[in-house]
Design a protein around this ligand. Structure first.
Ligand code: ADP
Ligand code: MG
Length: 600
């Protein structure tokens, strides 16, 4: 635990030192306009960290985050403006606001509080829209939020005095509050990314279906990430408004979204260090383009380019270039502390202990389907299928392509929610549970087309599954032992996407087992494997199931695999159960032979 946060803490301090060093260095070298630029850069850094906390950890692109800044900005403006100014500009402000004047501290607290409430409301909309990584609906909601906020600010003139905005806001004295907030934001962002909640958010970011299959409910991690990011942006916005001494609807509108998003994307949205690099790079770039497009510089033949909008061109170009050539930004997901970790004291490497039984079978533990049926748009994929798997037993599910095998597993694990019949687990009707609830109830699964958390390390893939289940009080196996048994101990720090196919298959099974399920549903674990690899997989499936005391329902094409591993076999054809029994008996069944025409 302590280890996990030591490097990020030291790294955050260094990153902060670097940012402050660059800023103060530039301020010392430059003119008074550099002073303003430096102040703005440090404030933008805070806002970009706010963006990173949400976009980077959840994978949901938001255009609307700067709009949260508008709420905080108006609160602080309205509460700290001198009463005399307000009585002139907005005498009819609601709630008697024209006659209220608070300290900046109180105003900041209220600004952050109100913005968090707005955050909760927007968050609920995101959750309802089924926000998953890359979801279009969620991104559109954030965009709509940006527009709506802008319209409210423009049109609620009694409160905001419209487009001209509010002025005479007491100015920020010195940069200290900004510098301190920057440190707090960097630390919060890095700690969150390393926290349990942050890591669960990463799992849903990588693959929300797989995350649900190991019991992760995406809503809580996404909400926490949202509120943390909103809080950081609110404080950044308060500082921005106080540094400028005024507030208008356009301060936190599209232009600001573009600038801050460009910073995030160029540096690397998955990395706090990267996003800080992006802030410096974009600030420097826009400043340079601004200077060379000014009146003082003339380059014969280039007048057409050196126009005042060159810095916008630069922003657009930078975003376009990075999206095309390096979509994950300069640093991708690397952090300063990843390098640091090599030098900081580290827990002694443990030699992985042998697997042990962690979850022995208890009580009535049968997984049963009763008359399961699935219809896809009028096409019947499954009809009246009743099967049973006992804990500790390995049961095969075979049938020709398109027989409905995957559909059966999808129905049992909750992915196909709209089905007939019931699913009973340990005597309880679990038919109506969501995939993540079913996972927490004890049903684990793998996917026919691998679904790993590709951007996470091997160890992390297993750890998040383990964490999600352990938090629910499930008995979970030792993950080091699981990794060792899967032959992945040496590869534990690799990215899942960097593994070869066989290792990826074993990792997926290890991940499912890490949640300590009572039943494992395996969809073609040996598909695409050679003979030796398949044989190893047989051993691995057996050993894993035994070590966690789980019952297994395994789909496979390969009859050899099924015969060598299963106690019993069910045969599906055209969505119907056509045979059941011990493998050698089923193999001789006439109906099975005809379904498998030409099969060995
Ligand atoms: P198997 O795993 O046995 O090869 P599946 O369960 O994947 O078969 O598919 C059974 C049948 O249901 C196939 O004809 C397939 O085309 C159809 N099917 C599967 N999923 C869907 C879906 N989401 N929508 C429509 N048809 C589907
Ligand atoms: Mg299938």
């Amino acid at each position: 635990m302590r280890d996990r946060f030591l490097a990020p803490t030291v790294g955050s301090l260094l990153l902060w030192g670097g940012m402050v060093g660059i800023a103060l260095g530039a301020a010392a070298l430059g003119t008074s306009s550099t002073e303003t630029l430096v102040t703005q850069m440090l404030i933008n850094a805070i806002v970009v960290i706010g963006l990173q906390v949400f976009i980077g950890n959840t994978g949901i692109l938001s255009f609307g985050h700067p709009a949260f800044g508008a709420y905080a900005g108006y609160v602080v403006a309205l509460l700290t403006m001198p009463m005399s100014r307000k009585l002139l500009q907005i005498p009819d402000a609601p709630l008697g606001l024209a006659e209220v004047e608070t300290s900046t501290v109180a105003a900041t607290v209220l600004a952050v509080g109100l913005t968090l409430i707005v955050g909760v409301i927007v968050g609920l909309a995101l959750v309802r829209s089924g926000a998953t990584s890359g979801a279009v609906a969620a991104t559109m909601i954030t965009l709509a939020f940006l527009f709506v906020t802008h319209e409210i600010a423009l049109n609620w003139t009694d409160l905001t005095d419209g487009g001209g905005g509010l002025g005479f806001i007491p100015r920020l004295e010195g940069r200290l509050p900004i510098i301190v907030t920057l440190l707090a934001s960097i630390l919060a962002a890095r700690w969150f990314a390393e926290s349990k909640t942050g890591r669960l958010a990463h799992a849903t970011r990588e693959d929300d279906v797989a995350a649900a299959s190991v019991g992760i409910n995406r809503i809580r991690p996404q909400m926490v990430a949202l509120l943390l990011s909103v809080g950081i942006i609110a404080i950044g916005a308060v500082l921005r408004v106080r540094a400028l001494g005024s507030m208008t609807p356009s301060f936190f509108y599209f232009d600001y979204t573009l600038v801050t998003l460009a910073m995030l994307i160029v540096g690397g949205r998955l990395s706090v260090t990267g996003s800080m690099l992006g802030v410096v790079a974009i600030t420097a770039g826009t400043e340079i383009t601004r200077v060379i497009s000014g009146d003082d510089v003339t380059v014969p033949g280039l007048e057409w380019l050196l126009r005042p909008n060159l810095s916008d061109l630069f922003l657009g170009g930078a975003m376009l270039g990075f999206m095309l050539l390096r979509p994950k930004g300069l640093l991708e997901d690397r952090e300063l502390d990843h390098w640091l970790r090599r030098w900081l004291p580290r827990r002694e490497e443990q030699v992985a202990p042998p697997p042990e039984v962690a979850n022995p079978a208890t009580g009535d533990s049968t997984l049963r389907t009763v008359d399961l049926g699935v219809v896809f748009n009028g096409f019947r994929a499954l009809a009246d299928v009743s099967i049973e798997v006992e804990q500790g037993e390995i049961v095969g599910l075979i049938g020709p392509n398109g027989a409905g095998k995957t559909t059966l597993i999808n129905a049992v694990s909750g992915l196909v929610a709209d089905h007939e019949g019931t699913v009973v687990l340990g005597g309880e009707d679990v038919t109506d549970l969501a995939p993540d609830e079913l996972a927490r109830a004890g049903i684990g699964r793998t996917f026919q087309n691998l679904r790993l958390f590709r951007g996470l390390s091997v160890a992390e893939n297993v750890a998040v599954a383990h964490m999600a289940s352990a938090a629910q009080g499930r008995q979970v196996p030792d993950i080091d032992a699981l990794l060792a048994a899967a032959g992945l101990w040496e590869l534990r720090d690799r990215k899942a996407s960097a593994l070869d196919y066989g290792n990826q298959r074993r990792l997926e099974l290890a991940r499912a087992a890490a949640a300590g399920p009572d039943f494992l549903l395996l969809d073609e674990p040996t598909s695409g494997m050679g003979e030796t690899e398949s044989a190893e997989m047989v051993d691995f499936v057996r050993a894993t199931a035994a070590s966690i005391g789980a019952g297994v329902l395994v789909i496979d094409h390969d009859l050899h695999f099924i015969v060598s591993i299963c106690d019993r076999v069910y045969v599906l054809d055209h969505g119907e159960l056509i045979a059941a029994g011990p493998p050698h008996v089923v193999r001789q069944d006439a109906a099975v032979k005809s379904a498998y025409l030409g099969e060995d």
